[in-house]
Design a protein around this ligand. Structure first.
Ligand code: HEC
Ligand code: HEC
Length: 333
């Protein structure tokens, strides 16, 4: 029996060697990393979750994702449970309870952490990442690590990732980038796109439209005091353009975008030029300035480009400069 296993593993080894040769000997073998295409993946169904202890926590996580404002928003009756600072829902961005491909889905995210994050300059856990959105997208405060709410978000994310191996390479995760027009965002065009395509739902004033009952929104605000703060991912032009092009107006998917790359870029610049809550101490983000995304609208920067250009582009000249600075820093080491 031992012999047989040995023979089998020798055979496997030679297959692997052949494969490596066919791949030009590239270090990582495709066969080693599971590849999951979220655009062809059927996420689990919340109605099939049971009432055991784990199931209850998953269901609470689902409620927190989809009805955040009424669960932990700034207007809930118990002051101790007012964790978010605005009345958005996680689902307003992580569409369809975090299942929509290219709308920053949570499907498979369980197996992607811990991971290095440039914003914090250290390896972060999934809890850190959730609290990142709590403090920025939700303009609120961090959830206590041992509390029921954090456990519920974790249980929900684990359940939403059912069947996806840890560390799998995901297609459909995050958001799909737009092709940059190689100029600064044209705010006049952005304003026009907004008026023509977005204002019917999000309002001429950008403040959205409340849902009939409760504190949440039928159409969430895009700026103003109840929106995400200036430290949020969505406050970066390229992140917002990526989300908007492939998910807005409501009902749009990555497969059939409505806006052109240029219109998405311009309207993202327009939205993020409006007033929104300001987060304190943002200068502490990205302790390694060379890792700061080029479209981060707040300094300090490794380069000398203006905050205005970091906010509205064009970004390629910044990228080129940062690359040069990174090469210099590496040479000095
Ligand atoms: C205003 C939009 C918005 C809201 C609301 C929001 N997020 Fe996010 N979230 C993002 C964006 C954009 C990213 C990814 C880009 C980034 O931040 O760099 C992200 C990333 C994440 C990630 C990491 C996903 C990955 O692929 O690694 C998690 C987990 C997450 N959010 C959880 C939450 C939770 C939980 C809530 C509600 C408490 C929430 N988010 C609310 C916009 C939002
Ligand atoms: C038909 C109505 C409708 C139109 C038109 C529309 N949106 Fe939205 N938008 C929504 C809804 C509803 C959500 C929240 C999705 C959810 O909770 O399922 C949303 C979410 C968003 C979000 C993330 C949440 C937030 O509040 O920041 C952004 C950004 C956004 N829309 C931008 C736009 C832009 C830009 C346009 C125009 C190009 C646009 N939308 C057009 C209905 C619309």
């Amino acid at each position: 029996m031992r012999r047989l296993i040995c023979l089998v593993s020798v055979r496997l080894l030679s297959v692997v060697a052949l494969f490596a040769a066919a791949n030009g000997g590239s270090g990582v073998l495709a066969a080693d990393v599971a590849q999951i295409n979220l655009t062809e993946w059927t996420p689990p169904d919340i109605s099939s979750v049971g009432d055991d202890a784990f199931g209850k926590l998953v269901k609470y996580g689902y409620a927190l994702m989809t009805d955040t404002a009424n669960q932990i928003g700034p207007m809930v009756s118990d002051p101790a449970r007012r964790y978010s600072g605005n009345n958005l829902s996680c689902q307003n961005c992580h569409l369809k309870a975090g299942t929509q491909p290219y709308a920053m889905p949570l499907t498979g995210v369980w197996g992607q952490f811990p991971q290095y994050r440039g914003r914090e300059g250290e390896v972060g856990t999934l809890e850190d990442r959730i609290n990142g959105c709590m403090e920025r997208s939700m303009n609120g405060r961090a959830l206590p690590l041992g509390g029921r709410e954090m456990k519920a978000f974790l249980a929900f994310t684990k359940w939403a990732s059912t069947g996806i191996p840890d560390g799998a390479k995901l297609t459909g995760a995050g958001a799909l980038n737009v092709k940059e027009p190689g100029r600064a965002a044209d705010l006049a065009n952005g304003r026009q796109v907004y008026a023509q395509v977005c204002a019917t739902c999000h309002g001429n004033d950008g403040l959205g439209q409340r849902a009939a009952g409760g504190n949440s929104y039928q159409f969430p605000p895009l700026w103003g005091p109840d929106s995400y703060n200036n430290g949020a991912g969505m406050a970066r032009l390229l992140s917002a353009a990526a989300f908007i092009k492939h998910n807005m107006p409501l009902g749009t998917t990555y497969a059939a975008p409505v806006l052109s790359d240029q219109d998405a870029y311009d309207v993202a610049g327009f939205i993020n030029s409006a007033e929104r809550p300001q987060r304190a101490n943002l200068d502490r983000d990205f302790p390694n300035r060379l890792q700061k995304p080029v479209d981060t609208a707040y300094g300090p920067y490794a380069d000398d480009f203006s905050p205005e250009q970091h906010k509205l582009g064009p970004f390629d000249p910044i990228r080129a400069k940062v690359k040069e600075l990174a090469a210099q820093a590496a040479a000095q080491r």
